[in-house]
Design a protein around this ligand. Sequence first.
Ligand SMILES: *[C@@H]1O[C@H](CO)[C@@H](O)[C@H](O)[C@H]1NC(C)=O
Ligand SMILES: *[C@@H]1O[C@H](CO)[C@@H](O)[C@H](O)[C@H]1NC(C)=O
Ligand SMILES: *[C@@H]1O[C@H](CO)[C@@H](O)[C@H](O)[C@H]1NC(C)=O
Ligand SMILES: *[C@@H]1O[C@H](CO)[C@@H](O)[C@H](O)[C@H]1NC(C)=O
Ligand SMILES: *[C@@H]1O[C@H](CO)[C@@H](O)[C@H](O)[C@H]1NC(C)=O
Ligand SMILES: *[C@@H]1O[C@H](CO)[C@@H](O)[C@H](O)[C@H]1NC(C)=O
Ligand SMILES: *[C@@H]1O[C@H](CO)[C@@H](O)[C@H](O)[C@H]1NC(C)=O
Ligand SMILES: *[C@@H]1O[C@H](CO)[C@@H](O)[C@H](O)[C@H]1NC(C)=O
Ligand SMILES: *[C@@H]1O[C@H](CO)[C@@H](O)[C@H](O)[C@H]1NC(C)=O
Length: 413
Amino acid sequence: MKFVLFLAFSVSPYLSSACLRHQSVPDRDESECYVRRGDPSPLGKTAIMNVRVFDGTCMSPPRTVIIDQEHISGCSDGVTNTIDAFEQFLIPGLIESHTHIFSIADLENMTSYGITTALNMACRNYTECALLKGHLGLAEVLTAGVPAVGPNSSHSRMLDLTPGQLIYPTSDPVELVDWAFGNNSDYFKITVETNGPSPELQTRLVHATHALGKQTMSHAADLTSYLQVIASRSNGIQHTPDDGNLSASAIRDIKHNGQFVTPTMAIFRLAFSNPAVIQFLSGSGGSKGNSSYSTVRANVAALHKAGVPILVGTDSIGTISANVSLPFGITLHEELQNLVDIGMTPAEAINAATKVPAKYHRLADRGIIAPGMRADLLLLKSNPLVNISNTLDIEAAWVGGRQVTNVTRVGIA
Ligand SMILES: *[C@@H]1O[C@H](CO)[C@@H](O)[C@H](O)[C@H]1NC(C)=O
Ligand SMILES: *[C@@H]1O[C@H](CO)[C@@H](O)[C@H](O)[C@H]1NC(C)=O
Ligand SMILES: *[C@@H]1O[C@H](CO)[C@@H](O)[C@H](O)[C@H]1NC(C)=O
Ligand SMILES: *[C@@H]1O[C@H](CO)[C@@H](O)[C@H](O)[C@H]1NC(C)=O
Ligand SMILES: *[C@@H]1O[C@H](CO)[C@@H](O)[C@H](O)[C@H]1NC(C)=O
Ligand SMILES: *[C@@H]1O[C@H](CO)[C@@H](O)[C@H](O)[C@H]1NC(C)=O
Ligand SMILES: *[C@@H]1O[C@H](CO)[C@@H](O)[C@H](O)[C@H]1NC(C)=O
Ligand SMILES: *[C@@H]1O[C@H](CO)[C@@H](O)[C@H](O)[C@H]1NC(C)=O
Ligand SMILES: *[C@@H]1O[C@H](CO)[C@@H](O)[C@H](O)[C@H]1NC(C)=O
């Protein structure tokens, strides 16, 4: 499609720099973007008793889970704090695999919904992205660098990119990739669209990234771009084609290449339900006649049915204006519901936000509840395997062993 999803980096003119979208505070000092409201809670040794634990398939009989400092422990000696979680349910902390974070407040919002890891899918300014990392007790941030965006592409036109931020046919892919990782990026982002990097350049970017032992994430929201990204062997395909259905052979190629997909159904759902968003996202290209949410649904369902790994990501960017908003945190829970809607079981949807992204984003220390893993945990008052909406029935959450002080208690009907 021709939508400029939020996908690249900031959304100028609304977001020409970090916090400018919080327009209720005129001339706000940029440094306020990086200020925390409260101190992280302390570490300790806590026993969560009588809790039913999600094991990737079902809920265990009531048992005890021990949090010892940053990690889950098998040893109950020296517990200083006990929580009786009778008739409550413990799942791993949630991993948001596609978001655009601009401030600590964004991270606080996310964390309050039990999100413990956030993958930022673009960065415009390496200094600012570094300031989002390493905040104890808040969702851990991983980030892409400055994405590879083509000159005169929809993203370049809309995002007000300087020539130095664009990739030209003559750009040296090795240099671009080296810059991204030299500036502490966790993966390399390629924005594939009309006038985006050519198929040949995409392949060279992927090779240069793989030569460093790192992964590429490629934006593709229409069928033509999708086929290019499949052929490039980029690791993670971001978004879903909304203008045509993937063929069985394209889906076979994705599987064969070992690629994974973060469909971000939430942003499509928002766009197709809200004319203001369509207008905002359309850029100068306008949306193509054949784009629809039913095509997105059909594609995600077919990918899932074929066994392609599906990861939960939203493209959340917070509130841009009164009529354009994809909030942090709650949208991830809605994406779980979107995935159940296309045929996943609730257990599969939870895995798509926990152990599947942990595997495909190479985060070996999280995604399951077991001794030695990071204590990233979400405690629920009702069983999410009975109804996926119950992931919003939040009782408590921990990030790296620190209890989240401000969980959002939405409750359920
Ligand atoms: C918790 O949330 C309340 C209300 O949103 C806010 O006023 C307070 O500063 C928050 N505290 C922390 C530690 O984040
Ligand atoms: C945090 O979330 C609340 C509720 O969704 C919203 O009102 C607020 O604007 C959000 N804050 C930021 C900084 O996005
Ligand atoms: C990046 O952000 C920092 C901190 O906000 C700012 O001082 C610097 O000028 C920015 N760099 C560029 C190239 O925009
Ligand atoms: C930019 O792209 C548009 C649409 O693809 C095209 O019509 C236009 O000629 C291009 N402009 C330049 C300078 O390449
Ligand atoms: C960081 O990126 C800039 C371009 O944005 C580049 O000039 C610089 O060399 C990079 N730093 C490293 C250590 O690669
Ligand atoms: C893709 O398949 C779905 C379900 O069969 C259908 O509703 C949709 O119209 C198809 N999309 C296109 C562009 O043909
Ligand atoms: C969206 O809201 C803004 C004000 O927040 C308004 O100026 C604009 O016209 C609205 N757009 C649509 C398409 O409703
Ligand atoms: C829409 O789909 C029809 C039939 O599938 C096709 O003939 C037509 O070219 C498509 N239109 C666009 C704008 O892609
Ligand atoms: C799941 O819970 C939601 C919110 O309470 C409710 O609207 C929905 O009907 C429930 N779904 C099922 C299948 O019970």
